[in-house]
Design a binder for this molecule. Structure first.
Ligand code: UGY
Ligand code: MN
Length: 251
């Protein structure tokens, strides 16, 4: 089915709206039985990689490149994660894993599954010399307390990553009650990778306003003006990445 060349997907210098009708699946080396939708990558202008990994039954995810840390959030199905040091764990929807750079591990599916996969080259800085390195984290979003953003009980944030010097990015979920909105247009240093998990609304990106819905992906460059208002009768929820806690002038 084609739509005479029309799509909601839109690429601008400071943002990408990537809608499912435009997704192209590609293989990556080291993985077997996994299709990757590359939503954000350095070629786009992003300093991280975000993909949706679609696992067939009995599929295996390859390791990331050297020096790259990984965050995986299960969308559908179940994935078995076996770190070389540590107990095997089965990750089900809403469960996630943070895997530090250089941590050898295996991720496999028994049945078809889907996961959001974020990868980022570790950004260390001189101020961190001799301090603790990040450790493997296994978590479940359902067990994480919500925080009302700016005191708004209709806009709930769950912080999936710990906050502290060892970690150079954050991943949160944000859940908007119908009609809830960001209290301000944000313009900030950090870039975002965002996956709409449920519901929808209107996203302002730069000087454009887009209708967005479950399954859409958005990349926002540093300083991209951004605002969201939830529409419809069900909550809108997204998974959002941002780089965090690193001096912009580097090490
Ligand atoms: O964490 C954030 O910067 C978040 N409030 N941004 C967003 O939802 N676009
Ligand atoms: Mn933001």
């Amino acid at each position: 089915m084609h739509f005479l060349g029309s799509t909601r997907s839109s690429l601008k210098p400071d943002h990408l709206l990537h809608t499912p009708d435009t997704f192209i699946r590609i293989p990556l080396p080291g993985s077997e039985g996994v299709d990757f939708i590359l939503h954000a990558a350095p070629r786009l202008g992003a300093a991280f990689t975000q993909m949706t990994a679609e696992f067939a039954a009995n599929a295996t995810l390859g390791l990331p490149p050297t020096g790259v840390q990984r965050f995986l959030y299960v969308l559908d199905g179940a994935l078995d994660l076996t770190p070389d040091e540590g107990e095997p764990v089965t990750l089900t929807p809403g469960m996630f894993a943070y895997i530090p750079a250089g941590t050898h591990h295996h991720i496999r599916s028994q049945a078809p599954a889907r996961a959001a996969l974020l990868e980022k080259t570790e950004h260390t800085c001189a101020a961190l010399a001799g301090t603790a390195k990040p450790q493997l984290i296994i978590g479940d979003e359902a067990a994480i307390a919500t925080e009302p953003l700016g005191g708004d009980p209709d806009l709930l944030v769950r912080r999936l990553m710990p906050d502290g010097d060892p970690w150079d990015f954050a991943v949160n979920t944000m859940t908007y009650a119908p009609g809830a909105a960001l209290a301000m247009v944000e313009v900030h240093l950090m870039e975002h990778g965002l996956l709409m998990l449920q519901g929808g609304g209107i996203y302002r990106l730069g000087d454009h306003w887009y209708p967005v819905t479950q399954g859409d992906f958005i990349w926002m460059a540093p300083y991209c003006p951004q605002w969201f208002g939830a529409l419809g009768k069900t909550p809108a929820k997204y998974l959002i990445y941002k780089d965090w806690r690193r001096h912009p002038l580097g090490a």
